[in-house]
Write a protein that binds this ligand. Structure first.
Ligand code: ADP
Ligand code: MG
Length: 265
């Protein structure tokens, strides 16, 4: 897309390089299904990349490749640098569409889970967990159980949990997809605030074009049939973003571009 180059919100080093990444699933009867093809992008540390596309276009597959849960069949994947090597087990935090909190654990103990699994020193991790609970606006809820919180609050807990082990990369797979529209807009603003504060690199999957443009410093558009990355471009809208930006002309230019790529305009 012919947009001016955007200054990264947190200018820094290259964190992820994908070049021509491809993944094909082969079913038991031998049928082949190309889930991701020709995915190429360069992500700087501190970027917030929206990954947008229709259901089934390979968004989750691409996240799984980044999390090292799946191998790609072809292409180049580089995450981290020689100076800052990347270890998927420790350096990835994930947030899913459902909060997936353990219902028998209090909020603080849910947030602590990754730290316990990795074996971090518990006292420091607990302090960090309390800081994160504060950052997601849930101070006072530490000792509650998940059922005592609303859906939006549970997703905030999931975000805090994804950050507790201080990962370099946060992968979010439609994290607000199950929320009502107004809660979702509030959570978008919250996420931007948390991103500014934590300075994490975030890959955010959504099938909402509006959400992709509103959040992203960059946007990758995936299409299905055949699966491919149709475009990857910076979103040159200033931060902090405000909801009224959604009705501005530049915002509309980006959404229209994505609609066109998806064959909807
Ligand atoms: P999205 O997250 O964009 O909805 P996915 O990455 O989950 O898409 O899936 C992409 C395509 O690959 C879909 O058509 C899906 O049915 C197929 N797929 C996903 N996971 C598997 C799997 N483990 N085995 C076979 N096919 C799969
Ligand atoms: Mg998915």
């Amino acid at each position: 897309m012919s947009t001016p180059t955007v200054e990264s919100a947190h200018p820094s080093e290259v964190m992820i390089r994908l070049e021509g990444v491809q993944k094909t699933y082969v079913s038991r009867d031998g049928a082949r299904h190309v889930a991701v093809s020709d995915a190429s992008m360069t992500v700087n540390s501190g970027d917030l990349v929206s990954l947008v596309g229709p259901s089934g276009c390979g968004k989750t597959t691409l996240l799984k490749i980044l999390a090292d849960l799946h191998d790609a069949d072809e292409g180049m994947i580089e995450i981290g640098t020689a100076e800052h090597p990347f270890e998927p087990g420790r350096d990835v935090g994930m947030v899913f569409q459902q909060s997936l909190l353990l219902k028998w654990r209090r909020i603080i103990d849910n947030v602590m889970l990754p730290a316990e699994i990795i074996g971090l020193p518990l006292r420091e991790a607990r302090e960090h967990a309390l800081h994160l609970i504060n950052m997601v606006g849930l101070t006072g809820y530490e000792n509650k159980y998940p059922y005592e919180l609303s859906g939006g609050m549970q997703q905030r807990v999931a975000i805090a949990r994804a950050l507790v082990h201080n990962p370099k990369l946060v992968l979010m797979d439609e994290p607000f997809g199950a929320l009502d529209a107004m809660t979702r807009e509030k959570m978008n603003l919250e996420l931007l605030r948390i991103w500014e504060e934590s300075r994490k690199t975030i890959i955010f999957v959504t099938h909402s074009i509006q959400e992709a443009v509103f959040l992203g410093s960059h946007c990758a558009v995936l299409t299905s049939g055949p699966a491919r990355m149709a475009d990857y471009f910076p979103i040159d809208l200033p931060y902090p973003r405000t909801l009224d930006m959604k009705v501005t002309e530049p915002f509309g230019v980006y959404t229209k571009h994505i609609y066109k790529l998806l064959g909807m305009a």
